[in-house]
Design a binder for this molecule. Structure first.
Ligand SMILES: [Zn+2]
Length: 365
């Protein structure tokens, strides 16, 4: 479940973007969110999402280019600091690992799944003949021993059922080893509220935010070279961000990500401090990167000036594209000095986050 994209993001003293979404009909941002959420796009299979991103960004960009891993980079502005605005296109999913003689499939998971999120779910396999519906079956309660009823099934015991009785029927449906698998979780406005239900909010909500930022900035003047990068393979090791940053060679990197709300049942304030619907979050710490302190101070001040309710967050286990952007092109020590005596501004990465929450019953991590 995801709240409205709140408002997002800030940069370098030079860009200020405020995006407010509402759930009204015919809202182009809502439509964009729906299309992005519904698009299948596991790591290494981002093409459906890339198509949407190119379509949305091309009219507002002065150029479109790609890195070697398939990230798409839209540029706007010819002079000034090189600002990399990043969101990743890939989503948590899987790929078919093995087809059994009885027609069941096992699955190689891609990205950070919890085992308890895998069972009793609907999925879509992108086969050679088109989408194929699947379900991860579980054993019936009437045959499961009492001590097994509360046990988490390890992913090695999870299988996909597509209704086939043997390997030949699997092949006839156009499904084969290596095919991408995504959750079957169509976009839904949740009961008339401003909360949206669907899959892949991490990081399609970031994709929508950077598209809107590009649209708004292209309609005004700004003193930057803006590079909006929709990256690949974030969920399996931040790979596209590294290659995109090598192409862009940014002075400043900003990753827009799905955050983690703490105001859910069982949440603890030491795990995450942000709340759903209370404004965008700014990471001050996670286990993959530390943002530049001067840049975060600037953003806090800018948010205050613009009356944007910025939330601050420190999360123990988390990693996103900002970590690779920060380390690309040799990295830069914020204390190093340029020859003119000024502080070298290169590669100060930070993240502004759009807040999301857990969605019971569907896979939207
Ligand atoms: Zn992400």
């Amino acid at each position: 479940m995801l709240t409205l994209i709140c408002r997002s993001l800030v940069t370098l003293g030079l860009i200020a973007v405020a995006t407010a979404l509402d759930a009204q009909e015919n809202d182009p941002t809502l439509t964009l969110l729906q299309r992005l959420s519904d698009a299948p796009g596991t790591s290494g299979f981002e093409e459906p999402v890339r198509k949407l991103m190119v379509e949305a960004m091309k009219p507002h960009a002065t150029s479109i280019q790609y890195d070697g891993l398939g990230s798409v980079i839209a540029k706007h502005g010819d002079t000034g600091p090189r600002i990399m605005l990043d969101a990743h296109m890939d989503e948590l999913g899987g790929m078919v690992r093995r087809v059994t003689s009885t027609g069941f499939l096992t699955m190689q998971m891609l990205g950070g799944w919890l085992d308890q999120a895998l069972v009793d779910q609907r999925w879509v396999i992108i086969g050679s003949k088109g989408p194929v519906k699947a379900v991860t079956g579980i054993r019936d309660i009437h045959v499961v021993p009492a001590d097994e009823r509360t046990r988490v099934y390890p992913r090695e015991m999870v299988f996909l059922d597509i209704g086939a009785r043997n390997a030949e029927e699997v092949a006839a449906l156009g499904v084969s080893v290596g095919d991408p698998v995504v959750p079957d979780a169509p976009f839904t406005v949740l009961n008339g509220t401003n909360n949206y239900l669907g899959k892949a909010w991490d990081d399609r909500v970031g994709c929508a935010a950077v598209v809107v930022a590009l649209q708004k900035l292209a309609a005004t003047s700004h003193p930057n070279q803006l590079f909006v990068a929709a990256t690949t393979q974030e969920e399996i090791g931040l790979r596209g961000a590294h290659t995109a940053a090598d192409v862009i060679k940014p002075d400043i990197g900003i990753a827009i990500e799905g955050g983690i709300t703490g105001d859910v049942f069982g949440g603890h304030p030491e795990e995450t401090q942000v709340k759903l619907g209370a404004g965008p979050g700014l990471f001050l710490y996670d286990s993959s990167a530390l943002p530049n302190r001067k840049l975060t101070a600037f953003i806090k001040q800018l948010a205050a000036d613009k009356n944007i309710p910025l939330q601050l967050d420190l999360v123990q286990g988390y990693g996103d594209d900002s970590a690779e952007i920060q380390k690309s092109n040799g990295g830069v020590d914020p204390k190093t000095r340029r020859s003119d005596g000024g502080e070298n501004p290169r590669l100060h990465a930070l993240r502004s986050r759009v807040i999301r929450s857990r969605c019971p019953g569907t896979n939207v991590l």
